[in-house]
Design a binder for this molecule. Structure first.
Ligand SMILES: CC(C)(COP(=O)(O)OP(=O)(O)OC[C@H]1O[C@@H](n2cnc3c(N)ncnc32)[C@H](O)[C@@H]1OP(=O)(O)O)[C@@H](O)C(=O)NCCC(=O)NCCS
Length: 163
């Protein structure tokens, strides 16, 4: 049985050979809003992006995409996407991926980490709030007409409060 926050979750960098699996998960998570396969291929191959995958019993069950950028005049991590397969949600996979990406970005010099989320994505918003992200602005029509987003920021290195 897989328990929440299971130590069996292994996180590693994505390989080009993971492409088909990541694209399948992206479609499962976002449907018609999914990134095109060509975009995911570029992200995996491009050193600018950091792509991490989470494995449970050698199966890829989720992934996260981030990059080191500049934000508000500071070196910042930017999370582009986080996807967990529906049947593996609520087990701590998203938290583990987010934590691993923050460590990577911090190791690369990021002081803060920022990301965007749709205002109606309760699961993702709760995940980020739980990990000490704070909403700094509302982004009108960010995901299309009538689909607002929010930008959240976290200072890296803060003491984590997790259950
Ligand atoms: C958002 C997502 C990555 C969360 O992954 P996950 O592995 O289920 O997350 P975790 O198990 O680590 O949960 C951590 C916290 O997130 C929040 N959360 C997760 N699922 C939730 C849900 N369905 N409803 C409300 N809050 C939820 C909770 O605060 C949870 O902490 P808790 O279990 O102590 O209550 C996952 O739901 C997903 O892939 N969604 C589709 C893709 C997506 O929307 N990505 C975000 C784009 S910005």
């Amino acid at each position: 049985m897989i328990v929440k926050g299971s130590p069996n979750i292994v996180v590693r960098r994505a390989f080009p050979s993971d492409l088909d699996t990541l694209y399948r998960i992206e479609i499962e998570c976002f449907g018609e809003d999914a990134f095109p396969k060509s975009y995911i291929r570029r992200i995996i191959e491009e050193p600018y992006f950091i792509t991490l995958v989470a494995l449970l019993n050698d199966e890829i069950v989720g992934f996260i995409i981030g990059a080191l950028e500049s934000f508000l005049g500071r070196l910042a991590g930017h999370i582009y996407s986080i996807d967990v397969k529906p049947e593996y949600r609520g087990m701590g996979v998203g938290s583990r991926l987010l934590g691993a990406m923050e460590e990577e970005l911090k190791g690369a010099g990021a002081e803060i980490c920022c990301l965007e989320v749709s205002v109606d994505n309760t699961a993702a918003l709760n995940l980020y709030l739980k990990h000490n992200y704070r909403v700094i602005e509302r982004l009108k029509n960010y995901y299309g007409i009538g689909r607002d987003g929010m930008r959240l920021v976290k200072k890296l290195g803060e003491i984590e409060v997790r259950q």
